[in-house]
Design a protein around this ligand. Structure first.
Ligand code: F6R
Length: 234
């Protein structure tokens, strides 16, 4: 793991952009994308840049079950607002939260990933060590699957909704196995609330208790963390 410590998320966004730019220059065509607050500064740098994604493909990590693409809290909507409106891709794939046939959606999305091998996957990190919506205890061999969100994730995500009751209880997520098929993985984590998970991910054992610890098995991982998130590293 290549760990880069930055001052704050603004500097993290600039470093994250450099990773995208290098991948782009080295011929990356498929970009795996995440939502949440973490990648926003990287997306800001991308939208300001002259990189052209109009011939590229994006594949998002996850989507809430039950939210339509135009729901303001859907991950479709988030991507539209933070990146796609300014930097359209030729093809952008996000799991279909309105597909109530979970088996069919899982199969469809696994095929999307198989047809579009991801060159660079950006990830955030949950306070409980999750990546995508792979919560502690998730079988690392799973591909795309339907997830019941944990209480801690529901609470952490409630800030984006009117109240906790409005947070969907299920999501479709790429699995850890799907994430690990990406050629290069970029994980970003900012803020003191991520410090414990960062330590467990980098210095702890590989365990289903900390889904991000499986990134230790990958040979090209870049981790960008700010000083607060790095504060528990030895
Ligand atoms: C989002 C995702 C999640 C977030 C994680 C951190 O697509 O898959 O794993 O990356 O929950 O969220 P933030 O960045 O809001 O702290």
């Amino acid at each position: 793991m290549n760990v880069i410590i930055v001052k704050d998320r603004t500097e993290g966004g600039r470093k994250g952009f450099e990773v995208f730019q290098n991948a782009y220059r080295n011929g990356a065509k498929v970009f795996g994308l995440a939502t949440g607050s973490t990648p926003v500064t990287t997306y800001e740098e991308l939208t300001k840049s002259d990189l052209d994604f109009s011939q590229m493909t994006s594949v998002n990590l996850d989507e809430y079950v039950g939210l339509a693409p135009d729901h303001p809290q859907s991950y479709h909507y988030f991507m539209q607002k933070h990146l796609f409106d300014q930097k359209p891709f030729a093809h952008s794939y996000v799991p279909d939260g309105l597909n109530s046939d979970a088996e069919a959606e899982m199969k469809r999305y696994d095929q999307v990933i198989a047809d579009n091998p991801i060159d660079l996957q950006i990830l955030g990190l949950g306070q409980n060590g999750h990546i995508g919506f792979n919560e502690p205890g998730t079988d690392p061999a799973l591909g795309t699957h339907k997830v019941a969100l944990t209480e801690s994730t529901i609470k952490a995500n409630a800030r984006f909704f009117k109240n906790e009751d409005e947070v969907p209880r299920y999501a479709y997520s790429m699995g850890i196995a799907s994430i690990l098929t990406s050629k290069h993985i970029l994980l970003e984590a900012f803020g003191p609330e991520k410090a414990e998970a960062v330590k467990a991910m980098i210095e702890g054992p590989i365990t289903t208790d900390v889904p991000a610890s499986f990134l230790q098995q990958h040979n090209q991982v870049t981790i960008i963390i700010d000083e607060a998130a790095a504060s528990q590293l030895s």
